[in-house]
Design a binder for this molecule. Structure first.
Ligand SMILES: [Zn+2]
Length: 158
């Protein structure tokens, strides 16, 4: 606002170094992450933009004025062309690296999988064979698996 630099005097608060009062809130962006159960297995997908051979659960940004549950159902339809049943909230997780809040849902979905252009391949994995990873979407997957009495192996990301 006044062209002075920004400073972090208090943790997680970026503000003007001078006295103009500007605060750069830069609030985290909400992202729905969906554990999709399909024919008794969990859907993992590889994003076309990912260089590495890594499969994740389905995710998407909550649209303008959209609720997170509606987002979850919409993303499952858009990315997999599956019809999701009512989403069940798993939990809410920080993902500091991308300044996101991950809202984890489980859905049971039906139909025939057709990937949209964002995804180039997928896998179906039995719940007891799933592994999870230590970021927001991985914690959502882990916590859903725990509701099924399964404690997944946590793999390291680098
Ligand atoms: Zn200022």
């Amino acid at each position: 606002m006044c062209a002075e630099p920004l400073v972090e005097r208090k943790a997680n608060r970026i503000e003007c170094a001078a006295a103009c009062g500007f605060v750069n809130y830069d609030n985290p962006i909400p992202v729905a992450a969906i554990v999709v159960e399909y024919e008794g297995k969990i859907v993992f997908a590889h994003n076309s933009a990912w260089q590495r051979d890594f499969y994740g659960i389905i995710t998407g940004f909550v649209d303008h004025r959209e609720g997170p549950e509606d987002c979850a159902v919409r993303e499952v339809k858009e990315e997999l062309n599956l019809d999701a049943g009512p989403p069940t909230l798993i939990g809410v997780y920080p993902f500091q690296q991308l300044n996101q809040i991950i809202i984890g849902y489980h859905v049971t979905a039906t139909g025939n999988i057709t990937l949209n252009e964002e995804l180039d391949r997928y896998k179906l994995v039995a719940p007891e064979e799933c592994v999870a990873w230590p970021t927001g979407t991985g914690y959502a997957l882990r916590d859903w698996l725990r509701t099924q009495g399964i404690e997944p192996e946590m793999i390291k990301l680098r």
